[in-house]
Design a protein around this ligand. Structure first.
Ligand code: HEC
Length: 101
């Protein structure tokens, strides 16, 4: 009985830890993605001539950012902007915009 209780406590605390890690990842993704709003609109929903980036697949967004960063895709500003992000950060940003309507 006591063992069962200890096991439940361990399971519960690891679940709480996983939820906490996920929450901090989401917060970080939102923070990193705020810099895109100036050009691509709030939540990536562009009101003007810039392309909207909300709801595009994570694969499309991350491929675009990696290509801009490596200079493989022609750009006016995105080459410099994408240069500020690591691979992990690009993955977080791409994942985040892909979930927006
Ligand atoms: C200073 C304005 C500016 C900012 C800030 C900016 N972008 Fe861009 N983005 C552009 C422009 C302009 C293009 C077209 C390519 C170019 O000329 O650089 C573009 C193109 C893109 C494309 C390709 C879209 C398509 O349909 O092919 C993606 C994806 C993208 N940006 C993602 C982002 C993300 C993610 C951020 C934030 C991390 C961001 N951009 C920040 C201006 C900006």
């Amino acid at each position: 009985m006591q063992r069962l209780l200890i096991l439940s406590l361990i399971l519960l605390s690891s679940f709480a830890y996983a939820v906490e890690v996920r929450a901090s990842e989401i917060t970080r993704a939102v923070m990193l993605s705020n810099s895109c709003a100036a050009c691509h609109g709030t939540d990536g929903n562009s009101p003007g001539a810039m392309p909207s980036i909300n709801g595009k697949s994570a694969q499309f967004i991350s491929r675009a950012l990696l290509d801009f960063r490596e200079g493989k895709r022609e750009a006016t500003v995105m080459g410099r902007h994408a240069a500020g992000y690591s691979d992990d950060e690009i993955a977080l940003i791409a994942d985040y915009f892909s979930t927006l309507p």
